[in-house]
Design a protein around this ligand. Structure first.
Ligand code: ATP
Ligand code: MG
Length: 350
């Protein structure tokens, strides 16, 4: 049974750890104690350098991978250890992923209509005729001519293929969509159309998104809250507009500064360390301009520094980019339902 209430977060991840075994018996810790939640109707942006663990968080959340430790809850149920039929019933219907490249995530030998009918077929929904109807209705909903059902993916443009990828994700009855760089391989004008489509679908269907991207402008535009990852850890989580205006963690300050005039940019020292050889203490200290002795010995927890704002830094707010967020865009629409207070969003004792 679910203990879900109407305002409960749709998904919650607690102390998530994901290790990969490397050759030579070494272990790569791709995700190291990550906790966050995604509210109903909310878009949570997940940003961070390449290799920081964003995709691993996403794949573990939707249970394409099993976590090494930690807990994943979805719609009020603990889904951490689900397998087989229970996983399909509980998770595969209600969470879906949209991938970066629809050209590699779509089977080139399968017609669009079959791509979209497949989730229904696998979950034994309807008969061939009702599935065809559902496919046509979904194609219209995502702005595709239903006549394209007979085409193969390579006969479509990149934007049309990504609409197929989105339609496929929506064929069952998802409440959470994990979108991993869904617009990265598209031209800028097509990107905007796909982003608008995702926003319209969110409003119409009450969807929640975990939205992974390297594009800070997109995050600023689309996300209600943003979570910043560095080397397997979350270093800052907060309302997007506030994180962009006043980043608290030095790494977030650096990211945000890239959107400012050149003279206000803060560049990190050196390269991102290897995840098999992570710095002691704070993982960011080897590149941090304000690191001190304590940063080498004490791991800073992701602590609440202001209501709804969390940062994992011994000296939050000390490093600030100057200048203004020059590329400010209209803020994202409010979530349909405000996220519930959670370990990450609540005020102590409040
Ligand atoms: N299946 C795997 N086996 C071994 N190592 C892996 C595996 N998947 C990911 N990794 C490693 O885990 C770390 C995190 O990878 P991940 O793909 O999650 O990063 P990311 O933030 O999504 O990066 P990008 O922005 O480039 O997509 C990397 O060091 C990566 O090499
Ligand atoms: Mg990735």
């Amino acid at each position: 049974m679910s203990d879900e209430t109407p305002t409960a977060p749709v998904a919650r991840v607690t102390d998530l750890v994901k290790d990969f075994r490397m050759s030579g018996g070494r272990t790569l810790r791709a995700v190291d104690g990550v906790s966050f939640d995604v509210g109903r109707g909310e878009t949570l942006g997940l940003v961070g350098e390449s290799g920081s663990g964003k995709t691993t968080v996403a794949r573990t959340l939707i249970r394409l991978q099993r976590p090494t430790s930690g807990r994943v809850e979805f719609e009020g149920d603990d889904i951490t250890a689900l397998r087989g039929a229970a996983l399909r019933r509980r998770v595969r219907r209600r969470m879906a992923m949209v991938f970066q490249s629809s050209s590699t995530s779509l089977n080139p030998y399968q017609r669009v209509g079959d791509v979209l009918a497949e989730p229904l077929r696998v979950h034994r929904e309807g008969d061939p005729a009702t599935r065809r109807e559902a496919v046509a209705a979904m194609m219209e909903r995502v702005g595709l001519d239903p006549a394209f059902a007979g085409r193969y993916p390579q006969e479509l443009s990149g934007g049309q293929r990504q609409r197929v990828g989105i339609a496929r994700a929506l064929m069952l009855d998802p409440s959470l969509i994990v979108a991993d760089e869904p617009t990265a391989s598209l031209d800028v004008s097509v990107q905007a159309q796909v982003v608008n489509l995702l926003q319209d679908l969110q409003r119409e269907m009450g969807l929640s998104y975990l939205f992974i991207t390297h594009d800070l402008g997109l995050v600023r535009h689309l996300s209600h809250r943003v979570a910043v990852m560095y080397l397997g850890r979350l270093v800052e989580v907060g309302e997007t507009a506030r994180v962009f205006a006043e980043p608290a963690h030095p790494y977030a300050a650096m990211l945000v500064s890239m959107r400012r005039e050149a003279e206000h940019r803060i560049l990190p020292a050196g390269d991102i360390p290897s995840p098999v050889d992570r710095p002691s203490g704070c993982v960011f200290r080897s590149r941090c301009p304000i690191a001190r002795a304590r940063c080498a010995t004490d791991v800073p927890p992701l602590a609440e520094i202001a209501p709804g704002r969390h940062a994992a830094c011994h000296f939050p707010g000390e490093l600030r980019p100057g200048g203004a967020d020059v590329h400010a865009l209209a803020p994202a629409a409010p979530p349909l339902v405000a996220p519930l207070p959670s370990p990450l969003t609540s005020q102590k004792g409040g």
